[in-house]
Design a protein around this ligand. Structure first.
Ligand SMILES: NC(=O)c1ccc[n+]([C@@H]2O[C@H](COP(=O)([O-])OP(=O)(O)OC[C@H]3O[C@@H](n4cnc5c(N)ncnc54)[C@H](O)[C@@H]3O)[C@@H](O)[C@H]2O)c1
Length: 346
């Protein structure tokens, strides 16, 4: 490959290895700089990955001729920094969620489209082998249409998880708790599998076990789609460990069950298809090694799009679908009433 993309990462926190390792090892890219307002974090990351350190993202964007930036900072800053980078003519790969509201996420999408830039949003679980198997079975028609779906997430986030952070567990900086931070991935997968428009979102949220924060640590609800599919979900982070996330799809011609990164499809004709995830092909030192370690696949796809080799798969416009759903979940959960989307109030 001739041209290597000049990329930088803004934010050197916990998620850094999931971005820095791919940016370093993929043949499409060269990691030229990292940036963090905490100088010691930027310096340590720069030493580890052999690149320059910045403490001001505007300075980084001014001084380095970048092709792309990865945005890995607190949620409320995602649209501010993404919008700024796009307006500098730089392609953006933002960590999830795009924003904590819908409007600023949509603004970033419009800016990217106006400038003809790639604006990707990390929803890496779509690249799990389990998710790919089920999506293929749905697209190919072997499973028939989905009739109903459910997902459960019971994970642990001890008080220390929130105590160690100046933004996690806050409404104004994180935008919520277990839904926007952890369940967003399983909810995105189900929304992607169903592939239709949610019209009614009826949700309860509560904080049942984390006095240290005000945001929800538990949520359950029912989402109804235009095509009549009903999706029920439950999530909480008061459990004693991160149990496997489970997604179940009842379809016209069989059932699909995703448990963590494995999937089993049982067709009504008596046949089965299964996939067992063998783990990541690369080691993300200090990064995640379970549910959702497919950052490298999504990052590689994003780089290919920036190089003009293929269209961007998870664009900002695509990610707006889960953004809209998450915002409706909070609107319903906070108001205690169902939210009707797309003017289909019944
Ligand atoms: N896709 C996934 O599975 C996954 C998993 C974990 C985290 N994340 C996401 O990654 C993002 C970061 O999460 P984290 O756990 O690494 O958080 P973190 O708090 O560990 O790190 C955030 C870093 O951003 C830095 N920062 C804050 N403001 C900045 C600014 N203006 N400029 C530069 N740096 C700034 C902070 O100093 C900190 O080092 C979040 O969006 C989170 O949801 C995604």
């Amino acid at each position: 490959m001739k041209k290597k993309l000049r990329v930088a990462i803004i934010g050197c926190g916990r998620i850094l290895p999931m971005h820095a390792v791919p940016a370093t090892v993929l043949e499409q890219s060269e990691l030229v700089a990292v940036c963090d307002i905490r100088a010691e974090r930027a310096k340590a990351a720069a030493e580890k990955y052999g690149c320059k350190a910045y403490t001001d993202y505007k300075d980084l964007l001014k001084k380095e001729k970048l092709d792309a930036v990865h945005v890995c900072i607190p949620h409320y800053l995602h649209p501010i920094v993404s919008e700024y980078a796009l307006s500098c003519g730089v392609n953006v790969l933002s960590e999830k969620p795009m924003a904590i509201d819908y409007e600023s996420a949509e603004k970033c999408v419009r800016t990217a489209e106006r400038f003809g830039l790639n604006y990707g949003v990390i929803l890496q679980c779509r690249y799990n082998k389990s998710a790919q198997l089920v999506k293929r079975a749905l697209l190919g028609g072997r499973l028939g249409k989905i009739i109903s779906a459910r997902s459960t997430l019971t994970w642990t986030r001890p008080d220390s998880y929130y105590a160690e952070s100046d933004w996690k567990g806050t409404w104004d900086k994180e935008g919520g708790g277990v839904v926007i931070d952890q369940a967003i991935h399983s909810m995105d997968l189900v929304n992607w599998f169903i592939g239709d428009t949610p019209v009614k979102v009826d949700v309860s949220i509560a904080n049942r076990g984390h006095e240290i924060v005000k945001v929800e640590d538990s949520a359950e609800g029912l989402i109804t789609y235009r095509n009549g599919v009903r999706y029920g979900f439950y999530c909480m982070n008061n459990y004693g460990c991160d149990e496997p996330i489970e997604i179940r799809l009842l379809c016209e011609k069989g059932k699909a069950v995703l448990t963590y990164d494995d999937a089993c499809i049982s067709y009504d004709d008596g046949t089965n298809e299964t996939v067992v995830e063998q783990g990541s092909d690369i080691v993300y030192e200090g990064g995640k090694d379970y549910w959702g370690f497919q950052h490298i696949k999504q990052i590689s796809q994003f780089y290919n799009a920036v190089l003009g080799l293929e269209p961007l798969e998870i664009s900002g416009r695509e990610a707006l679908k889960i953004q809209k759903l998450i915002c409706a979940v909070y609107e319903s959960g906070k108001s205690g009433r169902p939210v009707y989307l797309n003017e289909e109030k019944k």
